[in-house]
Write a protein that binds this ligand. Structure first.
Ligand code: SAH
Length: 380
């Protein structure tokens, strides 16, 4: 019997909380089968070896509890702007949760107040803990609404005494109170200000705001599935669209001739370039651009790529991107999708413009949630 979460209803982060893990898999399988049925048979979903405590990124909001008269931490619900007083989460990393507990305890003993939206009083907003599963490195980001952080040197000392595995501590200032985002200004209080982790044998730097997949064990499964379906032999030109911090392209680069990654977010592109250098990869290039505009320009100039890997956000790819992609005629397309609905919509365009699906492989990246990740390979 799987343990049940008592915050299930209030939190609503885990929509499939009421199902045992094999029931969750069956539910997701049925859903992806139905959505992708027009394009062929869907493979059996690859389950997570460990469906519990997989999240390497933990974020909690601080608030003042009038009953206990203490600072407490809870899960911030972005839809309702409410804080759910959940102490323990089944999918978050346990060491990270323990660090949140220590920080909460120390905030109380240092008498540092939580920011209160109604009165504008208090300073402490939220906390972000990111862990490198392979490296064991841990980053703690403490977010306040203003520059003040009383006795921060002593606070850091006390926190490190309680949690010596922490490798870096960052103070971030976000004057915009009620949300979980980071502000522009950060000060490193301890360590280097970022952590490193490994995926498929490559090393990646994770800074407080950079995008990094939240389930590292399943990310390796996902990336391996995607790179296998690309069937690279070492000489191909590879286009990594929506490349984020360059992870897929960097890992695939050892099997390709030349790789080009395109990404809209300039910070992610900066991280991607750094990551490529960090791994000594010399055959990869990055461009900061809209993937649709970029591939359209390439197609117009008659530029070709042998293989295109694409990993768009939940909204899927633009029609412009898909049409230009079909015009460019790569031998193979590998579509990594975190939303089977937009995937089905986009596959319709690709399959009516000369492509057929070879394999559709779902991977369970987010146990207990409704989210479904799928890798689809297509050929002309
Ligand atoms: N492949 C990466 C990131 C996938 S997330 C990984 O596995 O880590 C999707 C990425 O698409 C995000 O980094 C987002 O910034 C980027 N993106 C969103 N819209 C885009 C667009 N129109 N053109 C290029 N990149 C875009």
């Amino acid at each position: 019997m799987m343990e049940r979460c008592k915050y299930y209803k209030k939190c609503s982060g885990c929509q499939l909380q009421n199902l045992a893990y094999d029931e969750q898999l069956r539910y997701k399988q049925k859903r992806v089968n139905t959505l992708l049925a027009p394009f062929g048979r869907v493979e059996k979903m690859i389950p997570a070896e460990n469906p519990l405590h997989y999240r390497n990124k933990v974020q909690k909001m601080f608030y003042y509890d009038f009953k206990t008269r203490r600072i407490e931490s809870g899960i911030y619900q972005s839809t309702t702007h409410r804080i759910v007083p959940a102490v323990h989460c089944m999918i978050e990393d346990e060491a990270a949760q323990d660090i949140v507990k220590s920080v909460t305890k120390l905030l109380n003993s240092f008498k540092i107040k939580a920011y209160e939206e109604r009165t504008g009083k208090g300073i402490m907003r939220h906390i972000l803990v990111r862990t490198g599963t392979v490296s064991g490195e841990i980053m703690v980001v403490l977010v306040t609404v203003s520059q003040t952080f009383p006795s921060k040197a002593n606070f850091v000392k006390a926190l490190l005494q309680e949690q010596p595995e922490i490798t870096t501590i960052v103070h971030n200032i976000n004057p915009d109170g009620m949300n979980l985002t980071l502000g522009e200004y950060s000060e490193v209080l301890y360590g280097s200000g970022s952590i490193e982790d490994e995926l498929c044998g490559c090393t990646f730097e994770i800074s407080p705001a950079s995008f990094y997949q939240v389930n590292p064990a399943q990310t390796e499964v996902l990336y391996r599935t995607a790179i296998d379906s690309a069937q690279l032999t070492g000489s191909e030109t590879l286009f990594d669209a929506y490349c984020g911090t360059g992870t897929i392209g960097i890992i695939a680069s050892q099997h390709a001739g030349r790789v080009l990654g395109v990404e809209l977010n300039p910070d992610a592109v900066r991280d991607a370039i750094k990551n490529a250098r960090r791994n000594g990869v010399k055959n990869i290039y990055f461009e900061c651009a809209d993937a649709g505009e970029y591939i359209n320009a390439l197609a117009r100039e008659g530029e070709r790529f042998d293989v295109v890997m694409m990993d768009p956000p939940r909204a899927g790819a633009s029609v412009k991107f898909l049409k230009s992609l079909c015009k460019m005629k790569p031998r193979r397309i590998v579509y990594i999708s975190c939303n089977p609905e937009t995937l089905a919509r986009d596959l319709r365009i690709l399959t009516t413009h000369g492509y057929r699906t070879l394999k559709m492989q779902p991977v369970d990246m987010f146990p207990f949630t409704k989210h479904i990740e799928t890798v689809v390979s297509l050929a002309r």
